[in-house]
Design a protein around this ligand. Structure first.
Ligand SMILES: [Zn+2]
Length: 514
């Protein structure tokens, strides 16, 4: 064991009055076996390997340290005014047993309160930037205190040790293993408010770099550091400031770190299905014009609400394979849709329960229905939007002649069945110009056939099969010539569309459902 230095009792006392036992061995670059010991065992280890009186030196300051433990446990926000007799100037308390216990307990309580269901977890740690300052200062102090030779190598990083000590504590409390690909994420935010008020502003003023927070991507996007300053900025500032100045800045700090927040997040769960819409007054998504809601309900809310509740999610995102207008019905086997559930507390809902959710959706209203509901993978989600342009959709359109039709016009209507794969040009329709860019799109009408007349032969029903994205209403009435050729051109008469139904959306979605 490479741990042997000649220090007198006075120096040991100074060491324990300045650093916690773990930081004493940390600053001597001791091995992990010792670093992971309890503080008491570390002191015993030092006594056994050096001088038995080391334990006496430690016990002398332990009384004062226990005072600090009481402060920590009672600290309810007014810790800025509390006084403590001992603060490890190196780890600012976070490597000390009471803090580790307190922190892991808070994690367990927060998780229990939020009632998440999970079988693995991963942790992210946001530690106060002051630790970088303290580390630089304490390494220098250690050199002065123990002699230059004692601190030969760089000490283990406080954050690294904190992580290694926390993980078994959290694992034991949550009773599930940690895994780097777990979907349940715990962010532990530790703050040092005193340093944020006293040290950070000085560092900001001394660093030429901007201290605004960068856009670095954290693996858990919803979990973020709270103080909004990047590690790179702090390290840069420290490199520009002398150890003496850093020591001066930190000398007034008297408080330990604090568990500021425990943030929890479960990665998104995706649910897919198909919906039918039987109403001509129901928009697909909430219809808001100039900040005012126009209609009370929407397909999205009928579907998303019960699913979100069942998974106990914070929210959801709705997407679908295309969309129909508010006055268009969605018939046949329905339209594929996807709900992304944000931060679900109950992520693994069994299929039997999913069927119950679907039943609930369908019992809310006769305006819509859902079928094929199931949990889908992230890979499957991409397939919903793939080949959007190539898909085929079929429609029933109820149309009318504006003037009583002539025989030739009726004959032309009958001849429509001979048209196959006709290309049409559609300039962005007038009705959607306010939200879509002006463009000319080429679309294909695969088939049109006449399905019947009313007694006066003024109203007629067409079945159309077209490329996805075709504006059917405009194809019928020509939109003042902006769609060409149009049905109006084919039958050589003024025609209009009365009602439209989507009959099928030919996409295999969700997987296995056609
Ligand atoms: Zn320490």
């Amino acid at each position: 064991m490479q741990f042997c230095f000649e220090m007198d009792q006075e120096t040991w006392k100074k060491a324990f009055a300045t650093f916690c036992p773990r930081c004493v061995v940390r600053l001597f670059c001791h091995d992990w076996k010792v670093l992971k010991m309890s503080e008491k065992d570390i002191v015993n280890f030092l006594a056994e390997n050096n001088d038995e009186q080391i334990e006496t030196s430690f016990l002398e300051i332990e009384q004062r340290r226990s005072l600090q433990v009481t402060e920590l446990q009672n600290g309810n926000g007014d810790e800025m005014n509390a006084t403590t007799d001992f603060l490890c100037i190196s780890c600012l308390g976070i490597l000390m047993t009471p803090f580790l216990e307190d922190c892991s307990q808070k994690v367990a309580e927060t998780v229990a309160n939020d009632n998440y269901t999970f079988n693995r977890f991963q942790c992210f740690y946001f530690l106060p930037h002051q630790l970088f300052v303290s580390d630089k200062v304490s390494q220098d102090t250690a050199k002065q205190l123990f002699g230059v030779n004692a601190v030969e190598n760089e000490a283990h990083d406080v954050k690294e040790i904190f992580k290694i000590l926390m993980e078994p504590l959290v694992t034991a409390k949550l009773k599930v293993p940690r895994s780097i690909d777990a979907n349940f994420e715990i962010a532990i935010n530790i703050s040092h408010r005193e340093a944020e008020k006293k040290v950070l502003p000085v560092m900001k003023s001394k660093s030429p770099r901007s201290f605004t927070h960068g856009k670095g991507k954290h693996p858990a996007k919803r979990l973020k550091p709270l103080d909004g300053v990047s590690i790179a900025q702090v390290k840069h500032a420290i490199s520009k400031i002398s150890v003496e100045e850093l020591r001066e800045m930190s000398s007034s700090l008297s408080q330990p770190c604090k568990v500021e927040a425990i943030q929890l997040n479960h990665s998104s769960v995706y649910v897919g299905g198909r919906y039918n819409k039987y109403s001509r007054t129901l928009p697909q998504t909430p219809w808001i014009i100039d900040g005012k809601r126009k209609l009370e309900n929407s397909v999205q809310e009928f579907l998303g609400g019960p699913i979100k509740d069942a998974f106990r999610a914070d929210g959801y995102n709705f997407s679908s394979s295309g969309r129909e207008d508010v006055d268009v019905r969605m018939l046949g086997t329905g339209r594929p849709y996807l709900i992304e559930l944000i931060n679900p507390r109950f992520p693994s809902v069994p299929q039997a329960k999913i069927l119950e959710i679907e039943k609930k959706i369908n019992e809310q209203t006769s305006d819509i229905s859902s079928s094929g509901l199931q949990i889908v993978s992230k890979t499957d989600c991409k397939r919903l939007k793939e080949g959007e342009e190539e898909k085929t959709k079929s429609y029933y359109a109820l149309c009318r002649f504006i003037h009583p039709p002539r025989q030739t016009q009726l004959e032309k209507l009958g001849q429509l069945k001979d048209l196959t794969d006709v290309e049409i040009k559609q300039t962005t329709p007038v009705r959607v110009l306010h939200r879509r860019p002006l463009a000319v799109r080429i679309r294909t009408i695969h088939k049109i056939s006449l399905r019947g007349f009313d007694d006066n032969k003024q109203f007629f029903k067409l079945e159309l099969s077209t490329q996805a994205g075709t504006y059917i209403k405009e194809f019928v009435h020509s939109d003042f010539g902006r769609t060409s050729p149009s049905l109006r051109d084919f039958v050589d008469a003024d025609v209009d569309i009365i009602e439209l139904d989507v009959q099928s959306v030919d996409v295999v979605w969700p997987p296995g459902f056609k």
